[in-house]
Design a protein around this ligand. Sequence first.
Ligand SMILES: C[S@@+](CC[C@H](N)C(=O)[O-])C[C@H]1O[C@@H](n2cnc3c(N)ncnc32)[C@H](O)[C@@H]1O
Ligand code: SF4
Length: 348
Amino acid sequence: MEKKDLKSMTLEELTEFVKELGEKPFRAKQLYQWMHVKLAESLDECTNLPKSLKEKLSEYSTYTSLKTVKMLESGIDGTRKYLFGLDDGNVIESVLMKYHHGNSVCISSQVGCRMGCRFCASTLDGLTRNLRPSEMLDQIYRIQRSTGERVSNVVVMGSGEPMDNYDNLIRFIRLLSDENGLNISQRNITVSTCGIVPKILKLAEEGLSITLALSLHAPDDETRKTLMPIANSYSLSEVLPACKEYYKKTGRRLTFEYSLVQGVNDNLDEAKRLTALLKDMQGHVNLIPVNPIKERDFKQSNRDAIDAFRGYLEKHGINVTIRREMGRDIGGACGQLRKSYLSEEESS
Ligand SMILES: C[S@@+](CC[C@H](N)C(=O)[O-])C[C@H]1O[C@@H](n2cnc3c(N)ncnc32)[C@H](O)[C@@H]1O
Ligand code: SF4
C-alpha cells in the first residue's frame, strides 16, 4: 500500500483515514491543526495524540516537513531566501519578502522546470519532478515558524510552472485557504503562469478567487517566441482571450509580468504595441528589470529605458508598477540559489 501524504489530505480525507486506522474521527481534526495551524515539524510534536495513533500513522503515512539547508537574510530590507531540502534529497528555494502590508512568500511549484524560458535559471537543468501539495504548503509553514510572524500573501512565482502541476496546485490552494488551516485569503494568493491556455481556462472554472499573473514579456508572438518556447504552442491571440475569460469568470483583475531585456523588448515601439494589446484587458503591468544569469547573455535595460517604458504605458492609461528589487545584497535571480548550491555540491 502506498503511504498517504498526511499534509496533502483534506480534513475529510484525513478523517476517513483515521477512522480506517481504527481511531476516533476527532483525532483527525487534532492532527490537521497540528499540521496546518500549529505548523508542527513532526508527529513527535503532536502532544495530544495517542502513541498508538502516531505509531500507525508512521507506518501507513508520511509527515512531510522541509529541512532548511540554507538561509540568507538581506541587511537592507529583511528579505530572506531559503533553500529547503526535500525527503528525496532534492532542494528547492523560497523567498520571504517583508512589505508594509504584511509578509509575502514566493514559493516553488516544481523542482526545476521544463518550459525553457531563455532568461530563467529554474529551467537550466530541466524538470526533475512536481512538488506535492504538502511540499508547497510547507515552504510557507517553515517560513512562518522561523519568523514567528504571520504570512499574509503567497505568490506562486518561484521555480516551476504551476499549471504544469495543476492538480497539486489546486489542492495546495484549497488547503492553504481552508478556514481550518492557515486560512490565507484566496485574494492574497497569486499564481503566475507562462501561459498554458487549457489550464488557464480550467482554472477559471474552479470557483477560486486567486489572482492570475501572466508572464507576457513581449507584445508580439515573434519576440515572445525568442524568450519563451511556450509561445510556439499558444499564440497571444489564444492566451489573452483565456485571461479575459478568467477575469470574466472570477472578477479578479489580471497581472501581466513583463521582464525588460535590453535591446529585446524594451523600446518605445514595444511599449506602444503593449499598450494597444492590453487596453481592453482588466489588469495591470508589472515591469521586472531582467535579472541577468551567467549562463545567458541577456542584459537588464538601463534606468532611462525602464522609466521611459513605464512612462509611456502610464500616459496611455495602463496601470503599471516596476517590481522593486528585494534583497539586493543577497541577490540572484529566482532559481539561482539552488543552482549555485548544486554546483558547489558537485565540485566538493
Ligand atoms: C520563475 S517564474 C515562475 C512562474 C511561472 N513559471 C511563470 O513563468 O510565470 C516567475 C516570473 O519570473 C520571471 N523570471 C524568470 N527568470 C527571470 C530573470 N532572470 N529575471 C527576471 N524575471 C525572471 C518569469 O518570466 C516569470 O514572469
Ligand atoms: S519563467 Fe516560469 S515557465 Fe519559464 S522556465 Fe522559468 S519557471 Fe519555467
